[in-house]
Design a protein around this ligand. Structure first.
Ligand code: PAF
Length: 281
């Protein structure tokens, strides 16, 4: 695997790949890689000739009181996993390479819908940071396709919308949620969950599934289902951020006759904020 720390170095290598007519797949990450990331690499390998992964802990998408400084940086272990998975190129820039003019004066990409609800309501500015860095990464790598995990459902929806609105010529491919045996969605932030909390940390998954089952069995009082799911989460000792039954495309609260519904949720453990979702058609 070739490793690049500069935009120039990566671009030169990619020019050669492009001249050979190779299809380039891209998996953006913030590192601390786990099996779900490796599944994204494998998905990219199915439809691309050259797979590029990026590792960059993007300060622009973290709020002031969030975990940017303690976000795990595990570069050597990440490289070993990517090599094992057969990733071709890794882009690992530092802050100065990505934001040479500083964060405050960075030109931003703002998606005007879907970004101030759900995770965006509790993390103001988060999606602006995501769409800005993803646009920069897309311009640096210029891939044919980019793979995103559906665990970050809102992020995927926002990126799809941005790509559509700005006519970005990249296929956005979604990859399924990868779960631990008890259903907990894999996440880099699962490392924050304490041993005491861990046996119950799949409660979010269980409560979202419970809502999905209720809807499938004909229940349509979404607010009542959300309220009951919140009680379940709090009874397990966690704090709910939100549980919302949404229209899968717009992320607005679902209407009773919506055909495509996604139930999204976020909850806090003592030191982790976990998100998950389940879709019904
Ligand atoms: O999902 C992530 O890991 C990040 O939000 C992303 C897409 C790499 C942008 O920093």
């Amino acid at each position: 695997m070739q490793i690049f720390h500069t935009i120039k170095g990566l671009r030169e290598a990619l020019i050669q790949a492009r001249q050979k007519g190779l299809r380039i797949g891209f998996v953006p990450t913030m590192g601390n890689l786990h099996q779900a990331h490796i599944e994204l690499i494998k998905r990219a390998q199915q439809t691309s000739d050259v797979v590029v992964c990026s590792i960059f802990v993007n300060g622009l998408q973290f709020g002031l009181n969030e975990d940017w400084d303690k976000y795990p940086r595990t570069f050597d272990a990440d490289c070993a996993k990517l090599r094992d998975a057969g990733c071709d190129m890794l882009f690992h820039p530092d802050d100065n390479e990505m934001y040479p003019n500083g964060l405050d004066s960075q030109t931003r990409v703002i998606c005007s819908t879907m970004t101030d609800v759900l995770c965006g309501a509790s993390r103001p500015g988060h999606f602006e940071g995501v769409t800005t860095v993803v646009t920069k990464l897309f311009n640096i790598v210029q891939p044919d396709e980019a793979i995103f995990g559906i665990k970050d459902y809102q992020q995927l929806a926002v990126i799809r919308r941005m790509v559509e609105d700005l006519c970005v010529p990249i296929d956005i491919i979604e990859a399924p949620i990868h779960r631990e045996p008890d259903g907990l969605a894999m996440s880099s932030r699962n490392g924050y969950i304490t041993a005491e909390e861990r046996p119950k940390a799949n409660q979010l998954h269980q409560s979202l599934n419970w809502i999905a089952e209720q809807i499938k069995s004909g229940k349509r009082d979404f607010l009542a289902l959300e309220a009951k799911a919140k009680q379940q989460i709090e009874a397990a000792g966690f704090k709910t951020d939100y549980i919302t039954v949404c229209n899968s495309k717009t992320l607005e609260m679902a209407a009773v006759d919506d055909k495509h519904i996604t139930v999204l949720g976020a909850m806090y453990t003592e030191s982790a904020r976990l998100i998950d979702n389940v879709s019904l058609s």
